[in-house]
Design a protein. Sequence first.
Length: 502
Amino acid sequence: MLVVLLLAIANFLMHLYFNNRYGYFRDEFNYMACGDHLAWGYVDHPPLIPFLIKLSRLLLGDSLRIIRIVPALATSAAVVLTGMIARELGGRRFAMALSALAFIAVPIYLNDGSVMTTNCLEPLLWTGCVYFAILAIKRDDPRFWVWFGVVAGIGLEEKYSIAVLAFAIVVGLFLTEQRRVFARKWIWLGGALAFLVFLPNFLWNVQNHWPFVELMHNIKADGRDVVLSPLAYFAQQVLIAQPILAPIWITGFLAFLFSARLKPYRFLGWCYLAAFTVFVVLKGKNYYLGPIYPVYLACGAVVIESFIARSRQVWLKPALLVVILAGGAHLAPVVMPVLPVDQFISYMNKLPFKVPRSEHSHMRAILPQHFADEFGWEEIVAEVNQAYIRLSPEERQSCAIFAQNYGQAGAIDFLGRRYGLPPALSGHQTYFLWGPRGYSGNCMIVLDDTREVLEGLFEHVEYVGKSADNPYALEREIPVFICRGAKFGTLAAAWPRLKHWR
């Protein structure tokens, strides 16, 4: 475990060094805003990430590096957990080191450790669930299913997709000899504890009429996401989990299904098939299945270690480690802010593949969305400030700032503090639930709309300008208007029509 721990520390230090190279990510603004309005739920995510970002800001500050310290810690802990799973599956030193290094080299995990989103804890929580499931079987101690339930419940407070993992594990258990666990109370107790941990967010969703379900329905109806065929979905799994690592995790997956020595864990082979099927049927994004791979990397490493021992091909050990390290270093700039942005664009254009885009709106950006949404916010907020300083001191007291999405609104809330801007309003996602906050609507600074639309809503519409163009940003040259004399009555009365859950 010493080597595994050293690799985890190296992973943490790597993220700590590179994580402030570009800028704040769109979703990070949203989670900071939600952290300023702590609740048991939000329209597009559960409450754990806003709570953690609020806690880290209170304790350590809100610099970009500090905001991203939780992802760096979480992925580093998952490195250790992956090595522990390899050990529980019968692996020795090389298998543990190989699985830990393989985890670090997975592109999607490199990205998870680089930005504070609801994805950052998923590898740790999914792997934690699998770890306790393995312990329950290996040690014939069903009490570990209680810990499985606790981790699953915490996972539901972080991102709802962990329910797919739990469902897939249940399917796997039913399809194998391990179905006997359902005859004992412990797995049911674990399920009850998972629901108990999840209960506050469940009740919040009930009280607010299931906003997340409405959001998902709207997204599907809009056709916003890129829909993949089963074959294309699998091909992108190979890509996001690192093509060089595919032989390892596929070996692990097949070993769970067919190896006599690993027969007690056959449910994990069926688990992958079930989870893959669910995400394909539900037309999930390519990264939704990403957190499942650590256990298959660990199992594959154990099988490879056993093969090397039998064949005495000792030279394969350093060769494998070098190839994995080189492969991880090759793709790291694609998912982490390693290179200056101009160098990254040149590097990306020389790759033998196109970086996948999960939404149709991302196709127009020069950068992939996970980088493009780290640019352009300073320019937007600066242009809003230009509008704000045009107002008289009396107008500033009652003039609202209205943004079209939580990225714009969150950037104004966070970056606008240096200009003295008030918090923004928006009908997008959870901002809608926070309402007009006492503003009348008679004076508003409005972003990203058209003069024609605004002149139908206000007596006087003044065009201030567009945000300075940032060629790397997804949101570029955003128009800003000052609007006076509301024709629609009060903002409170008009607020229900501003709801935008997409």
